[in-house]
Ligand binder design. Structure first.
Ligand SMILES: NC(=O)c1ccc[n+]([C@@H]2O[C@H](COP(=O)([O-])OP(=O)(O)OC[C@H]3O[C@@H](n4cnc5c(N)ncnc54)[C@H](OP(=O)(O)O)[C@@H]3O)[C@@H](O)[C@H]2O)c1
Length: 278
């Protein structure tokens, strides 16, 4: 199965569907990522704070898959934004991953009370220019944070990775991204199992119409909206289910019905708010 790619503003291609490893315990990460690679995933999304970069790296090393056929993302944690923290953090991440470079390095949260996210972004530019990552981006940045880093550095992030699912679509961030050529990566694409997406009538109807699971219908919605998506599961059968989303297409009416799930008042959010996260 060939996963479609999106060309980032950096000129590098990213597989639109990947595998996320948030809350995959360190001791299980090698097994989970090995299974995901067996299923066919070639894009892995991890972060220093997940504590599982070693397991991700071990699975990659054992897979025998050529480095250029993989897309690996990791992220700078909030307490490493200041000073030379980012320089040290990327080297530690590469060491744990056993890689010479990552494909994408992200500032994990703006953590605006520290007021170091713009400095961190300037360090990511240096890290990219030093060849330690192919592309750079941010995560959980709202338009005010995005405007600030672009004003301070002139560099537009290749991606913004944000919480996004049918009940929480962050129209202000996606509008900023569309205007600036920034790709949207979504986290919590299935609502992290915390939002009752699968029982929603629009999701259930689309799933039934195509003979797929509600999770597959939701992943398909993300793909058709043009988002980059990497659902997490530690169960191999679900990894396979979440990967098997290229044999059907939602109609425009089905996409519109799922679009309409968002109550529009922010109440669908299941994770932390960027202004509150330290
Ligand atoms: N940048 C950030 O701040 C940030 C924050 C959170 C996440 N992320 C990234 O985004 C990735 C995905 O988000 P997420 O892991 O938070 O949430 P998610 O992918 O929306 O949801 C994962 C949950 O859904 C369950 N699940 C997976 N496939 C399923 C299926 N087919 N049917 C029913 N349930 C299913 C999983 O359970 P099982 O494992 O038991 O199958 C798990 O409980 C993360 O792994 C991480 O890489 C980034």
């Amino acid at each position: 199965m060939t996963v479609p790619s999106i060309t980032l503003s950096s000129g590098h291609d990213i597989p639109q569907l990947g595998f996320g490893v948030f809350l995959v315990p360190p001791a299980e990460a090698e097994k989970a990522v090995s299974e995901a690679l067996e299923v066919g995933y070639r894009h892995i999304d991890t972060a220093a704070i997940y504590g599982n970069e070693e397991g991700v790296g071990a699975a990659i090393a054992k897979s025998g898959i050529a480095r250029e056929d993989l897309f690996v993302t990791t992220k700078l944690w909030n307490d490493r934004q200041a000073g030379t923290g980012p320089d040290d953090a990327i080297r530690e991440s590469l060491d744990k991953l056993g890689l010479q470079y990552v494909d994408l390095y992200l500032t994990h949260w703006p953590a605006p009370k520290q007021d170091t996210y713009s400095h961190a972004w300037s360090k990511l530019i240096e890290i990219r220019d030093a060849g330690l990552t192919r592309s750079i981006g941010v995560s959980n940045h709202l338009p005010e944070h995005l405007d600030r880093i672009v004003k301070d550095t002139g560099e537009v992030p290749a991606v913004d990775q944000i919480e996004l699912h049918p009940a929480y679509q962050q129209a202000d961030v996606t509008a900023w991204a569309a205007e600036h050529g920034t790709a949207i990566e979504v986290w919590g694409p299935l609502g992290q199992g915390k939002y009752p997406l699968f029982e929603n009538p629009a999701v259930a109807a689309a799933a039934e119409a195509h003979g797929v699971s509600p999770a597959q219908a939701v992943i398909r919605w993300h793909l058709q909206r043009g988002f980059i998506v990497f659902p997490k599961s530690t169960r191999k059968e679900r990894m396979a289910e979440n990967f098997d989303v290229f044999g059907f297409e939602l109609s425009d009416a089905e996409v519109a019905a799922i679009d309409a799930i968002d109550p529009g008042d922010g109440s669908g959010r299941v994770g932390a708010h960027p202004l509150e996260k330290h």
